[in-house]
Write a protein that binds this ligand. Sequence first.
Ligand code: ADE
Length: 234
Amino acid sequence: MRIDIITIFPKMFEPVLGESILKRAQAAGKVKILVHDLRDHTLDKHRKVDDRPFGGGSGMVLCPEPVFKAVAAVKKSGSKVILLTPQGRKLDQSMAKRLAKQKHLIFVCGRYEGFDERIRALADEEVSIGDYILTGGELAAMVLTDVVSRLLPGVLGDKNSLNFESFEGNLLEYPQYTRPANFRSMEVPRVLLSGDHQKIECWRAQQALKRTREKRPDLLNNNNKKKGKSKWTK
Ligand code: ADE
């Protein structure tokens, strides 16, 4: 997959893309991520990307021209252009899975003070990472890059790490433990030490359901409404 990110703050991405799994995934050629400075698509010597809003009001508004140019410079047939904005559809794991099937994603980072409405015409989709206002779309683009990249084939070394994690079948993940079996008098559940894989699987399924009921009952409601029951809620 290729991801192009258009932003006025390209440096913000360096630490995130240059560490850990995203760094390895790029080095291994599983994903190619390119960050573009929107100012490279301006024509004036001040590299101006924003202007005062028509009709008055406070703050500056991102101009359409450099954004249209920046998108045109990277867009090919089959590219999907995504505008990061709090007005977009809220990101969840099923959206991440759908986007991970694309060949080429282009993320356009909006600014907190707003962008010219005509920029929306460029977008195939608008995505929000939650009901709160960030100072710009950059952090949202990083989140989206991360959630999509980790779903690409071969990015997570251990195939099993995708097998049962939170939000699979709309359930939260079961509790995990490692050594020592007794830590400051807190014991690991016995069943996990039993070596009985059927029992362990059953316990994990029950725990996942219990956790979801306690912490995120909304997921179970969504599950029943949208997709029918998951394999653990029969
Ligand atoms: N830009 C500002 N806030 C945002 C949010 N919550 N999601 C995506 N982009 C944003």
